[in-house]
Design a protein around this ligand. Structure first.
Ligand code: ACO
Length: 448
């Protein structure tokens, strides 16, 4: 199989949301902390009728319908998620309902979990399968689904929720440059979920920021090394048209791109002009540790990177700023934003993606884009995802209703023997929703 990669995508996020400006005031944070300090505009969240299973049922059904893919044509289905509803039964098995109806139970793959990285692991599994000798000619399907919720406190505004479905096959408009890739995996306690009775993570915010940047540096270095071995020339920021980051909140994305500029400076790469060299000179002798802590370095690199950021990163930021951190779906929602903003103009471009999952596991990898053939074309992917309409049809909750929803969800997490309100007035037609969890913890869903 040649040019294996992404043929089609669709995204679903709950239409219920809260404006960050409103949350900021409600939380008593200083004005601008969430909107400018974190760089976030709005945050989506599930109410009691939605969860990671209903969202993935919605997005998979929608992708198959809108691209006219017969469910029998799926040979592998992989789910990435860090939202635990069941410690044994995979989310993938819930999705099998869609395929069993059509007589297709011959589908490999289960769930992958490691914080926000599970989606990338699932994606690589599907691409590898299509490239392997066990491929049977059918499509792979990847689903990233998460509900990111935090306890009250400084991490709460960095929540979000979404599910993304990605169809994998040969002759794709978005193909993998599989040799241009670098990973960084390490044992750290930056963000983890040891309390199985709660949906909320334990998070060391400051440490998680540094771990993210350290993984970014390390992946970039590995990827550059591999590129140089392959191409016989140095890689720099000039060699890719767009950079897409896992986006817990936008400020970290701004800092990450600026960090890559600093990495290019340290590597003496061609992307750094004389004026920038002069400004960065004083920072050339900092130790790694010092460089992560230096506010001056952060300021100087962000200023120097500003125009490149606007060109190569800003078009990827719409959904992560509007929906929030979607954990496994976050990176792919950023990529979806790029397709939404640029669609056909992306033909011939190289896009670098950085996936980070706390704990930690991270990979930087490269995609090559072509227009492709309908229905698997960049312009049709943008049409199907219909991001602008979805964003416009949202319902803003006031803070007290948001907090009330979070309390109810805490109560419901891991619970049995309840029926939901079945108030589906805020859902779009075609959306799946939770109706009941019975005395055996079995979950039941219906479609609006
Ligand atoms: N106006 C403008 N900016 C402001 C204001 C204001 N009124 N008040 C604060 N800020 C700025 C701060 O200066 C800071 O920016 P800086 O980093 O450039 O200095 C930013 O807003 C955030 O303020 P902090 O005081 O650093 O925020 P706090 O420590 O309260 O929380 C954090 C931030 C750590 C990100 C928290 O939300 C968190 O723990 N989130 C979850 C963990 C996370 O997302 N980690 C990222 C990688 S791991 C993952 O993906 C889960």
């Amino acid at each position: 199989a040649k040019n294996v990669g992404i043929l089609a995508m669709d995204i679903y996020f709950p239409l219920t949301c809260i404006q960050q400006e409103v949350l900021e005031a409600h939380d008593g944070a200083s004005k601008g902390k969430y909107t400018i300090g974190l760089g976030q505009d709005c945050m989506a969240f599930c109410t009691e009728v939605e969860d990671v299973i209903s969202m993935s049922l919605t997005v998979v059904t929608s992708l198959l319908e809108k691209y006219g893919v017969d469910p029998k044509q799926i040979g592998r289905l992989e789910v990435g998620s860090e939202t635990v509803i069941d410690k044994s039964k995979s989310i993938k098995t819930f999705l099998m309902g869609i395929f069993e109806k059509c007589g297709n139970t011959d589908i490999e793959g289960v769930d992958s979990t490691n914080a926000c990285y599970g989606g990338t692991a699932a994606l690589f599994n599907c691409v590898n399968w299509v490239e392997s000798s066990s491929w049977d000619g059918r499509y792979g399907l990847v689903v990233c689904t998460d509900s990111a919720v935090y306890a009250e406190g400084p991490a709460r505004p960095t929540g979000g929720a979404a599910a993304i479905a990605i169809l994998i096959g040969p002759d794709a408009p978005i193909s993998f440059e599989s040799k241009v890739r670098g990973s960084h995996m390490a044992h750290v306690y930056d963000f983890y979920k040891p309390n199985l009775a709660s949906e909320y993570p334990v998070v060391d915010g400051k440490l998680s920021q540094t771990c993210y940047l350290m993984a970014l540096d390390s992946c970039y270095k590995q990827m550059c090394n591999k590129y140089e071995k392959l191409e016989g020339k140095q890689f720099s920021l000039s060699d890719a048209d767009y950079f897409v980051f896992h986006s817990p909140y936008n400020k970290l994305v701004q800092k990450s791109f600026a960090r890559l500029l600093y990495d290019d400076f340290l590597r003496n790469a061609s992307s750094i002009d004389e004026a920038a060299k002069e400004k960065l000179g004083p920072f050339s002798t900092l130790s790694g540790d010092e460089s992560y802590k230096s506010r001056d370095l952060e300021k100087v690199t962000q200023q120097l990177a500003k125009s490149l950021y606007d060109a190569k990163v800003q078009p990827t930021t719409l959904l992560p700023k509007q929906v929030g951190n979607m954990y496994t779906a976050s990176l792919y929602a950023a990529f979806a934003s790029l397709i939404h903003n640029k669609n056909s103009a992306l033909a011939g471009k190289r896009v670098i993606l950085f996936s980070y999952g706390s704990g930690s596991s991270a990979t930087m990898f490269s995609l090559q884009l072509r227009e492709g053939q309908h229905p698997f074309s960049l312009s049709n992917i943008a049409n199907v995802m219909d991001v602008a309409r979805k964003l416009k049809s949202r319902h803003e909750f006031p803070p007290d209703k948001f907090v009330e929803t979070m309390h109810l969800m805490e109560h419901r997490y891991g619970a049995k023997d309840f029926v939901t309100s079945k108030d589906i007035s805020l859902l779009s037609p075609g959306t799946y929703y939770l109706t009941e969890v019975d005395s055996m913890y079995r979950r039941f869903y219906a479609k609006k």
